[in-house]
Design a protein around this ligand. Structure first.
Ligand code: PRX
Length: 678
């Protein structure tokens, strides 16, 4: 399936589990009766021939300051510009326009992790006030102007979307870094985006502990400085306003408590800046094939139109629904489907601070019961975790979901069934949504009232998305042939990212070069978008996603670059070489396993293993913590000296190592096998 065989790389797709075709499940008549989308005609309206004009239907869900003149401008192919000439403000669309009808309705309900702390509903009116005041602070105290980047490194608290929406109100570009990432990872992203302002929080709860967070800001500022970017102000929200929850001192003249400074801005209102539709709204960094994460640049009008449309038709969100997406806002799922999509539709969106199995396996279902959640959204890794921790918990609680989502990784049919029967009580329609940070919103999923659900398959493409599967040589794999290949999208769509921040060449190279039909063409038909996933399509048109074809590991639904992890290992003084491979894991889908060899003069020790783990955690974050670190005396290599990751991955996953006769050092294979498999 991939030419990686010859280069010695291994891909997730090659260790994918190929489960059997499953039968269909159908949504209930009650669900269909209330669904937002019950018209099969949507697929004709969004046919390939109707690209790009069909997307007017999504853009019309929004309130424009100035209507656009051109739906799609392809003159700078493959950097697509949507709704050109249009002016719009995202914060206005997510807040102000709902006030007349919904000012007293909860926009967010914040659920702190400690159960003794009360839930905090934030009405649309209150959100309006808080976003305006924060926007005034950012503009007048921090000097943030339209187009400036603001890095936000925060946990799951309402002050996070408040800060994002305040940036959007000003037309400033936010760059949210997942709260669990290390200070170093945050600093590198500040360096890349050139943001002069860092917004953070002093502490947050996770598994019952109030974790220090401000220390990461100090590290981030230091790293950004090494990258040539001076952070002028660090704005620190407090988990308990007025009370210090962090031991890290504030630096005079640089660090400020937001709630102190905000007092000067109480009652202030900031006119939403009318932004060009194609102005960037935010950056979201993600892992790729090289060591450095890339900043996916998302647009204002196109992005909001796409997340509003897909939230309405795939998530089936109505204003009266109580919607809970358990992702972190620090990932694209949280941006699109906790904040922007739901708020554009005037929904009530829950923000949960903690882990869903703390203090016990019933926590998530107690929240669902108490808030009467009816739409639930999470990743297979969390479903597996909840199933393991409390397989019989959900029926003990009185809640009823009409709709559930899975996102981020393939879901095994057995896990899907537990989700459907036990969590959803057989009542909820499920959508398995396949997409990526780069895409802004869903690519493949069933439309819940229109299609049957097939466990283990993401479903057909959503309206307006037209996938195509190519083989290695650029031939089209016949549609519906159940043959695996590299899945691409033939057409642009408004949610797609615009470029990689500061690196247009890398954007073109990585996503559009492989199957480009004519590099000089200004016609979008010449530029299929390479997703980087392997997939197969069944005769019924449903796609099954097999995993990444590049050096990316999908850990618990989150992307990590093997090169990023390897670079972190090489920071350990004793380490000469490092190789990271994905290992199938019962709960997290895939986990990284590390092999290192040492420089001459050093011998293997537990201490070195620990140093490697620490270096990975410090450089990236705990999410990248390896399942194991093996110190080998040599790596399996080709005669040209390339490490054969394929062999290491095969050993780790206890599958056949294949042909090793061409290795320079085949004897190493047995040695590594003994170490790993005994
Ligand atoms: O391999 C695919 C997998 O997650 C990758 C994208 O990761 P990220 O950019 O972090 O975004 C995750 C949330 C949108 C994809 O290239 N993936 C995502 N959703 C699914 C999936 N694999 C199988 N089924 C899915 N539903």
């Amino acid at each position: 399936m991939s030419n990686n065989e010859t280069t010695g790389e291994v891909t997730e797709a090659q260790i994918a589990v190929h489960w059997q075709e499953e039968e269909y499940f159908y949504p209930s008549t009650e669900f269909i009766a209330q669904a937002n989308m019950t018209d099969k005609g949507i697929f004709d309206r969004f046919s390939l021939d109707n690209i790009p004009e069909c997307y007017k239907e999504y853009a019309d869900l929004l309130t424009w300051d100035k209507y656009w003149e051109k739906t799609l401008d392809t003159s700078d192919a493959p950097c697509w510009k949507w709704f050109v000439g249009g002016k719009i403000n995202v914060s206005y669309n997510c807040i102000d326009r709902h006030l007349a009808q919904y000012k007293n309705k909860a926009a967010f309900i914040y659920v702190p992790e400690p159960e003794q702390e009360p839930h905090q509903p934030i009405t649309y009116q209150e959100l309006y006030v808080r976003v305006n005041e924060m926007a005034a602070l950012l503009r007048d105290f921090a000097g943030v102007k339209t187009g400036d980047r603001v890095t936000i490194h925060m946990p799951m608290v309402p002050e996070l979307p408040i800060t994002m929406l305040a940036c959007a109100r000003l037309g400033a570009i936010h760059s949210v870094v997942f709260g669990g990432f290390s200070g170093r990872a945050c600093g590198e992203r500040i360096g890349d985006s050139g943001s002069k302002i860092l917004v953070t929080m002093d502490a947050y709860y996770r598994s019952g502990k109030l974790l220090e967070h401000k220390d990461k800001a100090d590290e981030a500022v230091k790293v950004a400085d090494e990258e040539g970017v001076t952070v002028e102000k660090v704005l620190v929200w407090q988990r308990y306003p007025g009370k210090s929850s962090s031991k890290t001192p504030m630096q005079e003249g640089r660090d400020f408590f937001v709630n102190d400074v905000l007092k000067q801005y109480w009652g202030q209102r900031v006119e939403p800046v009318q932004m060009p539709a194609e102005a960037p709204l935010f950056l979201m960094y993600t892992s790729g094939t090289t060591g450095r994460p890339k900043g996916c640049q998302h647009s204002t009008g196109g992005y909001l139109a796409y997340v509003a449309g897909t939230s309405k038709y795939v998530q089936d969100i109505h204003p009266e629904d109580v919607y809970w997406c358990m992702a972190d806002i620090g990932w694209i799922t949280g941006h699109s489907y906790i904040v922007y999509g739901p708020l554009a539709l005037a929904a009530t969106s829950i923000i949960f601070e903690g882990v869903p199995t703390y203090p016990d396996a019933g926590r998530a279902w107690r929240i669902a019961q108490q808030l009467d959640v009816n739409i639930f959204h999470t990743a297979p890794t969390t479903v597996r975790m909840l199933r393991k921790a409390g397989p019989d918990e959900p029926p003990k609680y009185d809640y009823h979901f009409k709709h559930m989502t899975t996102v981020g990784e393939p879901i095994e049919p057995a896990v899907w069934r537990w989700y459907y029967e036990v969590v959803g009580k057989g009542e909820a329609a499920i959508v398995d949504t396949w997409w990526q940070t780069e895409n802004g919103g869903f690519l493949c999923s069933t439309i819940p009232a229109l299609h049957g659900m097939k466990p283990g398959s993401a479903g057909p493409a959503v309206p307006g998305i037209h996938p195509i599967i190519y083989d290695e040589d650029g031939n089209e794999v016949p549609a519906g042939s159940n043959k695996a290949g590299n899945i691409c999208i033939q057409n642009p769509w408004p949610g797609a990212f615009q470029t990689i921040w500061g690196d247009r060449d890398r954007y073109v190279r990585q996503y559009y070069e492989r199957y480009c039909k004519d590099p000089n063409s200004k016609d979008w038909r010449a530029w299929p978008y390479l997703t980087g996933d392997a997939a197969m399509q069944a005769p019924d048109g449903y796609y099954r996603i097999l995993g990444r074809i590049d050096d990316v590991i999908n850990v618990a639904g989150h992307r990590l670059g093997t090169k990023e992890i390897e670079s972190a290992c090489l920071l350990v003084q004793e380490v000469a070489e490092a190789s990271v491979v994905p290992m199938a894991d019962e709960i997290r889908g895939r986990v990284p396993v590390i092999f290192v060899s040492l420089k001459p003069g050093f011998s293997p020790s537990e201490e070195i293993q620990k140093k490697v783990v620490l270096s990975v955690e410090d450089t990236i974050g705990k999410i990248a913590r390896p399942a194991a670190v093996y110190i080998v005396h040599d790596m399996p290599k080709t005669r040209s000296g390339k490490i054969m990751r394929r062999v290491l991955a095969a050993i780790t996953n206890r599958v056949d190592v294949g042909d090793i006769t061409t290795l320079a050092n085949p004897e190493v294979v047995e040695e590594v096998k003994k170490m790993v498999q005994s």
